[in-house]
Design a binder for this molecule. Structure first.
Ligand code: ZN
Length: 285
């Protein structure tokens, strides 16, 4: 039985964002925290970057004290190191019993904990892993803004006032708010009635407060959906697919806008090389 700690939406894979990474962390914790890492095997020498020297040897025998998340980084706390993982564009972690594990194409890092095998599978290899000495963090995490659930609206507002870039571009900037990607930014802007093209420093404090509330709501809904699927599937034999929720604006080009009393249609436009989905009728502010 393979259980993919990953994301499918109507059968298509998407790039993991904060809710997906949070769901992976929640899926790993019960099986890994307080347990010893065993039989760590690397099947190649790199992902996006080369693995650090003696990577498998240094993981071997370490006891996992805690699994944390910062932005889209998974942080596995060990006595001597923090094992940093990033899922990149296509990374996923699959869990199976040791007896049932069958090596799959793109299983690059495999480890065991008790009678479970975990495989980090990454077809496109934009994922990343590193071992950081205790107390040290990699640069992207050092410069990362607070998490959406932790940032104060006043602080978020100040960060947005420092830039004239389009609002959507700013929300993807991990130095302004952590963990957001294309999907949830589109969803949160739509729910807030804010234009993705709005100049960032023209946002008011009141709009910022409303936007932050909606960002948290959109993320929470996604995490709950992933969590619910994890629970539902614990008793079910077979593959876990989750995040089956329907997006309201992302990937909905040409469909009627769902905002109450709005008769607009969802549009798609390229913005900073990414697809922006929005309603030009109700997202005018
Ligand atoms: Zn609309």
């Amino acid at each position: 039985m393979l259980i993919g700690l990953w994301v499918t939406i109507l059968g298509t894979c998407i790039v993991p964002e904060l809710p997906e990474v949070e769901t992976v962390c929640r899926g790993l914790r019960p099986y890994m925290e307080g347990k010893v890492l065993q039989n760590v095997v690397l099947h190649r020498s790199n992902l996006r970057n080369p693995f650090p020297p003696m990577f498998a040897e240094r993981l071997q025998g370490q006891v996992v004290s805690k699994i944390n998340r910062r932005g889209k980084y998974i942080l596995v706390e060990l006595p001597d190191y923090t094992w940093m993982m990033h899922l990149g564009m296509s990374g996923r972690i699959q869990r199976s019993s040791v007896a049932d594990y069958i090596h799959q194409k793109h299983d690059h890092v495999v480890w065991q904990v008790d009678d479970m095998t975990f495989a980090f599978n990454d077809a496109r290899r934009f994922g990343d892993m590193d071992l950081l000495p205790k107390g040290q963090m990699c640069l992207p995490i050092k410069t990362m803004a607070p998490e959406p659930f932790e940032i104060e609206a006043g602080d978020f507002y100040k960060r947005l006032q420092r830039t004239t870039r389009p609002l959507k571009t700013s929300l993807l900037d991990q130095a302004i708010i952590a963990g957001l990607g294309n999907i949830y930014v589109c969803e949160a802007l739509w729910q807030s009635g804010l234009s993705p093209f709005k100049v960032s420093d023209s946002i008011t404090l009141k709009q910022t407060q409303f936007l932050l509330k909606n960002i948290c709501e959109v993320l929470e809904r996604a995490i709950q959906s992933g969590g619910a699927s994890l629970r539902d599937h614990k008793t079910v034999e077979g593959t876990l697919g989750y995040f089956q929720h329907q997006f309201r604006v992302y990937d909905q080009k040409g469909t009627p806008c769902l905002t109450d009393k709005c008769f607009g249609t969802i549009k798609r436009e390229a913005q900073s090389g990414r697809s922006t989905y929005y309603c030009s009728t109700c997202q005018k502010n």
